[in-house]
Design a protein around this ligand. Structure first.
Ligand code: PPS
Length: 295
């Protein structure tokens, strides 16, 4: 089994101009043969935006709030990660081949790399966006612990790379905007992490409506509780603790790290914040998306 060594964090590879984890870049070729089904549900996000949270919510909805059924397997098996490939672990494509329908599928791919079949089949998609500052901080800690990434370097240098779109999956600014644009022509529910923090029940009800499903109110309340940060952090089927430490070392940083809106304030210096805001205004010029940087 190929192992990732501490000193062997492969550099990102550029595919159609987009930097991506080397192993995932290798998965993109075989992904061409992926066939979407009209009853698939896609969960699309820029990394660190609430993917695992909304994945657990949707699986709980599909299982009608049955906690035991949701404990049947880790989240990355219940909700296969489309472009995933890593040493010693089944690829997303391999997991998908044995996933019962209707499938819930996770991706972080920007549209340039997304298999066309998902668009052709008009697959329903839940997109979750999170404010860029919290994403940058969360991503930095994830780079430190998930060794499929290159070394993040210092926080200051990582932040520069994030602003320049030189991190895995490329530009956050481009990702949130292109998926929003797509939501005008495709069946996409565009959600915000901050709204989910503010009122998870309201956002779960939006998901139910989008999926054309309904559940008794007490089941919805139960899902709100079971998918809270506190519960998911201690749930070994959602906190990624089953992933080998040579891939994800949670002694460096927990996958379920803080789970709040506005944590960036503990990391950004005043100078970094000013520089970020000025650059943000340029990169998001003309975009109607409004992100809340804190609650
Ligand atoms: S990944 O690796 O890109 O799929 O990561 P993703 O799941 O998108 O994002 C991880 C961040 O989401 C936080 N998280 C949650 N926040 C609130 N409530 C719940 N239930 C929840 N589950 C995960 C997780 O802690 C990461 O954010 P940070 O800021 O690092 O804590």
């Amino acid at each position: 089994m190929e192992k990732i060594q501490e000193d062997n964090r492969p550099p990102l590879e550029y595919v159609k101009g987009i930097p991506i984890i080397k192993y995932f870049a290798e998965a993109l070729g075989p992904l061409q043969s992926f066939q979407a089904r009209p009853d698939d549900l896609l969960i699309s996000t820029y990394p660190k935006s609430g993917t695992t949270w909304v994945s657990e919510i949707v699986d709980m909805i599909y299982q009608k709030g049955d906690v035991e059924k949701c404990r049947r397997a880790p989240i990355f098996i219940r909700v296969p990660f489309l472009e995933f490939k890593g040493p010693g672990i089944p690829s997303g494509m391999e997991v998908l081949q044995v996933t019962p329908v209707p499938r819930i599928i996770k991706t972080h791919l920007p549209l340039a790399l997304l298999p066309q079949t998902l668009l052709d089949q008009k697959v329903k998609t839940i997109y979750v966006a999170r404010n860029a500052k919290d994403v940058a901080v969360s991503y930095y800690h994830f780079y430190r612990m998930a060794k499929v990434h290159p070394d993040p370097g210092t926080w200051d240098s990582f932040l520069e790379k994030f602003m320049a779109g030189e991190v895995s999956y490329g530009s956050w600014y481009h990702h949130v905007q292109e998926w929003e644009k797509l939501s005008h022509t495709h069946p996409i529910l565009y959600l915000f992490y901050e709204d989910m923090k503010e009122n998870p029940k309201r956002e779960i009800q939006k998901i139910l409506e989008f999926l054309g499903r309904s559940l008794p109110e007490e089941t919805v309340d139960h899902i709100v509780h079971q998918t809270s940060f506190k519960e998911m952090k201690k749930n070994s089927m959602s906190n990624y603790i089953t992933v080998p430490t040579d891939l994800m070392d949670q002694s460096i940083s927990a996958f379920m790290r803080k789970g709040i809106a506005g944590d960036w304030k503990n990391t950004f210096t005043v100078a970094q914040n000013e520089r970020f805001d000025a650059d943000y205004a340029v990169q998001m010029a003309g975009c109607s998306l409004q992100f809340r940087m804190e609650l």
